[in-house]
Design a binder for this molecule. Structure first.
Ligand code: 4FV
Length: 260
């Protein structure tokens, strides 16, 4: 899979390309990331990529032409490698991304990601050149670069061969539509708390059931919205009921602590 990124700050992407899972995937040619700056597509001596907003107001807006030329150059480079790339603009006005969206993005041959700066880009650039608009969350970043890196990290790690053993992506939280179960490693006991017995049992079926029950329970308690979207089976409902009963049983009753 190929990503082309249009950005005024290419150096920022070292965070993704220099070390870690994505860096290894790039070294193994399981994915490609190409960076393009709109500044290379300016014609004035000051290489101007932004200008004041019509209608006044604070901040600056990224100019149409340098962005359009950079996008077209990136798409041409990808096409030369047989990759038809769609164009996505990262902004708070975009569709909120979730794991389902990331799986779809990861399955495509290529994307040109437009990382905005300042107040954003000229609206006509979005109308003319952008196929999809994506948001990583309802907050405002100083630039689209971090959002582009989030998307590329989440998408590239799903590619076959990128993660150690294929299972780990499938067992990810959210890939099942649920939050993740708790994880434990050595030492077995820390202070007065030890690892849940079932995890030491070697009974893989019981361990899988416990992990699913924990994922269901934590999702119900922390993100009930995810359960609405997903729905649960009868078996899962029974696991969840037991979890909630146990949680109710182990929750200190109000006023009980004083009596101690
Ligand atoms: C953003 C987000 C985001 C808005 C103005 C860049 C900034 C600045 N992108 N999800 N949330 N972008 O805040 O994707 O140009």
């Amino acid at each position: 899979m190929r990503f082309d990124v249009i950005t005024l700050f290419p150096a920022q992407f070292a965070a993704l390309t220099e070390e870690g899972v994505v860096a290894r995937a790039l070294q193994r040619q399981l994915a490609q990331i190409h960076l393009h700056t709109p500044r290379d597509y300016t014609t004035d001596v000051h290489r101007t990529v932004d200008d004041r907003p019509y209608g006044g107001g604070p901040g600056m807006v990224m100019r149409y032409t340098p962005l359009r030329l950079a996008i077209e150059a990136a798409q041409a480079e990808a096409a030369a490698e047989g990759v038809q790339s769609r164009v996505a603009y990262l902004s708070p006005q975009g569709e909120r991304l979730d794991q389902r969206q990331i799986e779809r993005i990861s399955a495509a041959p290529g994307w040109v990601l437009v990382a905005g700066r300042y107040e954003g880009v000229d609206e006509r650039l979005i109308e003319d050149c952008v196929d999809e608009e994506w948001s990583i969350g309802d907050y405002v970043l100083s630039g689209g670069e971090l959002a582009a890196m989030v998307v590329m990290d989440a998408a590239i790690r799903l590619l076959p061969g990128v993660l150690g053993h294929a299972d780990s992506a499938r067992q990810d939280s959210h890939s099942s539509g649920l939050l993740d179960c708790p994880h434990y490693t050595r030492p077995e006991t820390i202070g007065d708390r030890s690892v849940p017995e079932v995890l030491l049992s070697g009974d893989h079926q019981a361990i899988e059931r416990w992990r699913l029950q924990q994922a269901l329970g934590r999702t119900r308690q922390r993100r009930p919205d995810l359960l609405q979207g997903r729905g649960i089976s009868e078996v899962e409902q029974r696991l969840l009921d037991d979890y909630l009963l146990e949680a109710a049983r182990s929750r200190p009753r109000v006023g009980s602590e004083q009596s101690e």
